[in-house]
Design a protein around this ligand. Structure first.
Ligand code: SOE
Length: 406
């Protein structure tokens, strides 16, 4: 079914001279809203070489996807994603669905000659991620590009962290310490959600938020994880069935049927990086009081850095070369125009938020597409993360260290 909606679907100032990039998005929950904000905003703050046009929103329920298209600014709607992916007025498909549909949609869209942006984690298994990566590499030979949405890479303080490591300011990397702490299901009566269903999500905290800190630490250090020893825990084994269409903070009716939780609630693992660094990782949805706390500390022979998403416009940096009387962690406010992405936004000190990283993702994707270059992270980067996820699961099941192929 297709229909039209308010003219605000074209998010770029009228009269834009650049060619259109016709975008379709599938899925309109939390990630769909965040991606829509990015497609709407990018051309208004950055000079884009192509201007994104929000052509069509895909969803299963006609009334709900129509309402979402009106709210989020999409021109038309489809309830059949296959038809959406075949439309001549679509150049790129943005996949914002649960992980169990990523592979099927991405492979079909790439085969139809559409660029693809796929939310993380790339897939629900290594086998799916490998198939997607093969499809992406074959499509790249035809000039069709694919990217996976690890957006936290595009927080300015994270981009600065990577720059400092790449410049050698930390020296040889010894320790990588990463946590991703949430508490949205710490209440045992919090209802079931697709994120707690292995068939839909592939895994629990491990793949949903553990994937972010695996990608982030590999991105910041420029190194990759070679071995892991993991422990997965499921603290609450069953939950009340959620009311239909309940979101992250959903609700359950009195006396609702109780269903089994089939994923991990928390994932902890040790890691060895190929370059020799030792890693300690923790991803949990039971850190009561922590809402979306991503904390990364990297210690090197010449210095350290520390990032906390709850203070996301700051990067803490320790320079071991400082004389001891003035040594200490420096609190860098990453809001100068010279910092990555910041110049397009506000004057120094005003700060950015969660949603800006999604806009930066669109900016870099559109720039790569206009140049005919490969946007990152690639599906191969997503596959590397998937292999670590799988190795942690196997390690937890077998209580053995597991090696990840390069
Ligand atoms: C839920 O854990 C979630 O929405 C993740 O799926 C996102 O990737 C993360 O950025 C915020 O929390």
């Amino acid at each position: 079914m297709t229909s039209t909606s308010p003219a605000d679907a074209d998010p770029t100032p009228s009269g834009s001279s650049s060619a259109p990039l016709n975008v379709a998005m599938i899925g309109h929950a939390f990630m769909g809203a965040a991606h829509s904000q990015a497609w709407r905003t990018a051309g208004r703050f950055f000079d884009l070489p192509l201007h994104p046009v929000m052509r069509v929103l895909g969803g299963r329920d006609a009334a709900r996807v129509r309402a979402a298209a009106d709210r989020l600014g999409w021109e038309s709607t489809e309830t059949d994603w296959r038809r959406l992916a075949e439309r001549d007025d679509v150049d790129l498909v943005d996949i914002c669905t649960p992980g169990d549909s990523h592979a099927e949609i991405a492979i079909a869209a790439l085969a139809a000659g559409k660029h693809v942006l796929c939310e993380k984690p790339l897939a629900n298994s290594v086998a799916e991620a490998e198939e997607m990566t093969r499809a992406a590499e074959a499509a790249a030979a035809r000039g069709v590009r694919a990217m996976v949405g690890f957006t936290y890479r595009r927080v300015p303080a994270v981009a600065l962290a990577r720059q400092l490591v790449a410049e050698g300011r930390l020296g040889d990397i010894r320790h990588v310490r990463a946590q991703y702490l949430q508490d949205w299901i710490a209440d045992p009566e919090a209802p079931m959600s697709w994120r707690l269903d292995r068939d839909k999500a592939g895994s629990g905290a491990l793949g949903d938020i553990g994937a972010h800190i695996i990608d982030l630490t590999q991105h910041i250090t420029g190194d990759t994880i070679a071995e892991v020893s993991g422990q997965l825990e499921t603290f609450v084994k069953e939950r009340p069935q959620a009311d239909r269409h309940a979101g992250l903070s959903g609700s359950a009716s009195e006396g609702a049927e109780r269903v089994r939780v089939t994923v991990d609630d928390a994932a902890m693992f040790l890691a060895r990086f190929r370059g020799g660094a030792a890693g300690v990782f923790e991803a949990t949805r039971f850190a009561t009081g922590r809402k979306n706390a991503i904390r990364i500390e990297v210690n090197g022979s010449k210095g350290s850095l520390c990032f906390d998403f709850e203070d996301m416009n700051v990067l803490q940096f320790f320079d071991a070369a400082e004389p001891e009387e003035t040594a200490g962690f420096r609190r860098i406010l990453v809001t100068e125009p010279s910092h990555p992405y910041v110049g397009a936004w506000w004057p120094p000190g005003h700060g950015l938020g969660y949603e800006h990283a999604f806009t930066h993702q669109v900016v870099d994707l559109v720039d790569a597409l206009s140049r005919g270059t490969q946007p990152t992270p690639t599906f191969a980067d997503g596959l590397r993360v998937q292999r670590v996820l799988s190795a942690v699961e196997t390690s937890s099941d077998t209580r053995t260290w597991q090696t990840i192929t390069a």
